[in-house]
Design a protein around this ligand. Structure first.
Ligand code: HSE
Length: 343
């Protein structure tokens, strides 16, 4: 499986590291991933024979771009050219450039071009899906290619797969939960005495926050995930503009302390209510013994299901390696789908 990795930030680097460190395991299950192209915002590295993780890291660390990869790096070449100019033969594009919710770019073009060129796509980029999910799914269907995105929601926790596989046949009436690790980390740390700014800096240092952290604190990251869940597992036809969004900017330690005294905790929740046709994101005071009252960078999501009742799933929701694992899982699933011709 020849792979082009578009985006070499926190998640992209973790993907490259994981493909290298899990090589034996992957080969054992018949998956032979070969990283033939890697792109960041300044350049690309391309080698049909495969790129070496340590050399990618060295180029990125010492000179700031994979475009400085020895012999195979090219500064100034854009990621999209790998696909549109067929700079190398590729089977799968892994799209992990930063989320942009204004126009979805450059991820949206990468995904469209890849599908139109007959390539499969695995992505953890929420912007293109939140803005154009129905049309991207149609394009994937039309071209007969895989579009896998389980890393977009829940980081390392398989919320999407759980809903798809384990709730199949039942009807999801609604869902609500914590879908942003950064905000949950900030709110938990503020309860422990840190200021908003200190907690945000720490979340950035730990690699939880988006490149533009206002995406996290103003609620847009949660809103993107709500759209992806609503469209994909509840069959809603909504995009980002249909979600009412309020973030946690302006939250004070005093407010959190008062909530604590009332036996509550404050969480940034996202919710979809199919019956009322409403999707929203807002900070909400919930009882401390609620299953959603998880701390740190954890995510927690409750599904309200017609016959099965309410089910809550908890797990890590942010971080490079956690998201990279979900991407790897998608690659394995893609291989199985191709094997059984079920795309
Ligand atoms: N910034 C996101 C978060 C990363 O904090 O949850 C995972 O989507």
């Amino acid at each position: 499986m020849r792979i082009a990795l578009l985006g070499y930030g926190n998640v992209g680097r973790a993907v490259a590291r994981l493909l290298e460190s899990r090589r034996n395991h992957l080969e054992g299950i018949g998956l032979y991933p070969k990283l033939v192209a890697v792109a960041d915002s300044r350049g690309v590295a391309i080698n049909p024979g495969g790129l070496d993780y340590s050399k990618l890291e060295e180029a990125k660390r010492s000179r700031g771009s994979v475009g400085f990869y020895p012999d195979y790096g090219r500064i100034g070449v854009k990621a999209v050219e790998i696909i549109s100019d067929r700079l190398v033969d590729v089977d799968v594009v892994i799209e992990v450039t930063p989320t942009n919710i204004v126009d979805g770019e450059p991820g949206l073009t990468h995904i469209r071009e890849a599908l139109k060129s007959g390539l499969h796509v695995v992505t953890a980029n929420k912007g293109p899906l939140a803005l154009a999910m129905p049309s991207l799914l149609e394009l994937a269907h039309h071209t007969g290619r895989g579009l896998m995105f389980s890393g977009t929601v829940g980081g390392g926790t398989p919320f999407i797969r759980f809903a798809e596989k384990c709730l199949a046949g039942d009807r999801i009436l609604g869902l609500e939960g914590i879908l942003n690790g950064t905000c949950n980390y900030i709110l938990s740390s503020m309860e422990d005495g840190l200021s908003f700014e200190q907690a945000l800096r720490e979340a950035q240092r730990l690699g939880y926050a988006e490149a533009d952290p206002s995406m996290d604190v103003d609620g847009w990251d949660t809103a993107c995930k709500i759209v992806i869940l609503a469209v994909h597992i509840m069959g809603a036809r909504i995009t980002l503009k249909d979600v009412e969004v309020k973030g946690i900017r302006g939250m004070t330690k005093e407010y959190l302390t008062e909530a604590c005294k009332r036996g509550s905790t404050v969480k940034l929740l996202g919710s979809v209510d199919a019956k009322r046709g409403r999707a929203w994101v807002a900070p909400v005071e919930i009882p401390r013994n609620s299953p959603l009252a998880v701390s740190g960078n954890l995510n927690a999501l409750t599904f309200h299901v017609e016959n099965l009742g309410s089910i809550t799933m908890i797990g890590k929701g942010a971080g490079g390696i956690e998201t990279a694992h979900n991407i790897l899982k998608d690659l394995i699933e893609l291989k199985m789908k191709l094997q059984y011709r079920s795309i």
